[in-house]
Design a protein. Structure first.
Length: 157
């Protein structure tokens, strides 16, 4: 995080907590006026520190209370297989996250569905149709004691 001063770091911490804060409120909280605060936010966006703004929806209220982590083992390895797999998984809306991992498995997916039966339909009807997949191993989430999206931003490096 080279090039970020204490105010930039504060802006990042505040926006991660409340992305809907007004520029005026943000300026007050960091001790600047609105114009330089807005310029700092725009700079953080341009430089990629802020990738996008989102609303965090409640998955249960949206009818998707089941979360599963799916470990995927590939039949073969290599760039064409990797690109093909990532492209296919990217088109599956149930897959919220896709991570290429080290260890016995090749990928770890975070999947949300309406029910275990809906998950079964997803795996058998869609996921396992991706040609490069040899095997999947599912772990269902029973409950979550911490769900966080904020990346820690230390006050000073």
């Amino acid at each position: 995080m080279n090039g970020l001063d204490a105010i930039d770091r504060s802006i990042l911490r505040i926006l991660q907590e409340d992305g809907g804060i007004t520029n005026t409120e943000l300026a007050e909280r960091v001790g600047l006026t609105a114009p330089p605060t807005l310029e700092r936010v725009r700079k953080l966006e341009r430089e990629g520190y802020i990738r996008k703004y989102v609303a965090l929806a409640d998955q249960a209220k949206l009818g998707k209370p089941v979360t599963a982590f799916v470990a995927v083992i590939m039949k073969s390895h290599g760039q064409p297989t990797d690109v093909s797999f990532r492209r296919a998984v990217g088109k599956l809306p149930e897959v919220l996250e896709c991570h290429h991992i080290a260890g016995e498995e090749d990928y770890l997916l975070k999947v949300v569905t309406a029910s275990p039966a809906d998950y079964e339909r997803f795996v058998l009807g869609r996921l396992l149709k991706v040609p490069a997949i040899e095997k999947v191993k599912t772990t269902f989430v029973l409950s979550s004691s911490k769900l966080e999206t904020k990346i820690p931003v230390d006050p000073e490096e």
